[in-house]
Design a protein around this ligand. Structure first.
Ligand SMILES: Nc1ncnc2c1ncn2[C@@H]1O[C@H](COP(=O)(O)OP(=O)(O)OP(=O)(O)O)[C@@H](O)[C@H]1O
Ligand SMILES: [Mg+2]
Length: 253
């Protein structure tokens, strides 16, 4: 079975989707077969690979109907056939409320991943900025969590909230653990960010990945134009940082 990692933080805009997209790309470029799953009704992960217009079925279809397999779309990343995406769009919002009445509602993603997870070395799940049923499904399916965070004072509250949720979810999924926290949009020029980054390293120690992803306009540019950061002129430095993060993730198993 693949290592299943949820990328989660209920705080919005902290870099969950950018981390999932670029880490997934970096891992696949290291030669691993990787699946990335969009569990956010915003569909940002799907859009960041530019495939939103050629999607027929989405993750919502498989979550609602046990007879439907997870729809998997191959996405380009420079190495054919190594990176696959399970897309989502706005229909996932309605799916979340329909799921609430289904039997085994917290286990639906775990169950559908069982049929295809074996084909991949790692499955990365991008979650929405909330602690609702879609995030809970992602945390129940996963064995590890990667937490992207900004180094801002208000981010600390978000981390505490997520820790509480993980403790709750452990009743359903006792093996769930935080793999690491990634400073995913760090601007060390700002004093607040320096202070909070240092505090996080003191407080969480080894759980903070050594790699830090600085704010970099190429990451934003890549996501909004639906291409990998490697393919944006000048995006090499950011791509190298995600490759470094990918090596850390593989080392943490
Ligand atoms: N290191 C970075 N440097 C510059 N821009 C970044 C960086 N990481 C992410 N961004 C941009 O910041 C915005 C928010 O990032 P992203 O969408 O990854 O966050 P998110 O946590 O997934 O948001 P949401 O909670 O809405 O799902 C996006 O426009 C993204 O392209
Ligand atoms: Mg997102």
């Amino acid at each position: 079975m693949a290592g299943i990692i949820a990328v989660a933080n209920q705080k919005g805009g902290v870099g969950k989707t950018a981390t999932t997209a670029n880490l997934g790309t970096a891992l696949s470029r290291l030669g691993h077969r990787i699946l990335i799953v969009d569990m956010d009704p915003q569909g940002n992960l799907t859009a960041s690979f530019g495939v939103q217009d050629r999607v027929e079925q989405t993750v919502a279809d498989a979550l609602l109907d046990r007879k439907i397999d997870l729809p998997v779309v191959p996405v380009r990343n420079g190495l054919d056939g190594c990176l696959d995406l399970v897309p989502a769009n706005a229909t996932l919002a309605a799916c979340e409320s329909s799921l609430a009445n289904k039997l085994g509602r917290e286990f639906r993603l775990r169950d559908v991943l069982q049929s295809c997870g074996d084909r991949y070395r790692i499955v990365l799940i991008d979650t929405p900025p909330s602690l609702g049923l879609l995030t809970v499904n992602s945390l129940v399916a996963a064995s590890r969590v990667i937490v992207p965070t900004e180094a801002r004072f208000f981010s600390l509250q978000g981390l505490q909230g997520l820790e509480e949720t993980i403790t709750e979810v452990q009743y359903l999924n006792p093996t769930l653990k935080i793999m690491g926290i990634i400073l995913s949009k760090l601007d060390r020029r700002l004093r607040e960010e320096q202070t909070v980054a240092n505090y996080l390293r003191e407080h969480w120690g080894e759980l903070i990945f050594s790699t830090e992803i600085g704010t970099n306009s190429k990451i934003l540019e890549a996501a909004s134009s639906g291409v990998a950061v490697n393919d944006v002129p000048g995006g090499g430095k950011a791509a190298e940082l995600y490759a470094e993060l990918a090596r850390e993730v593989l080392a943490r198993g």
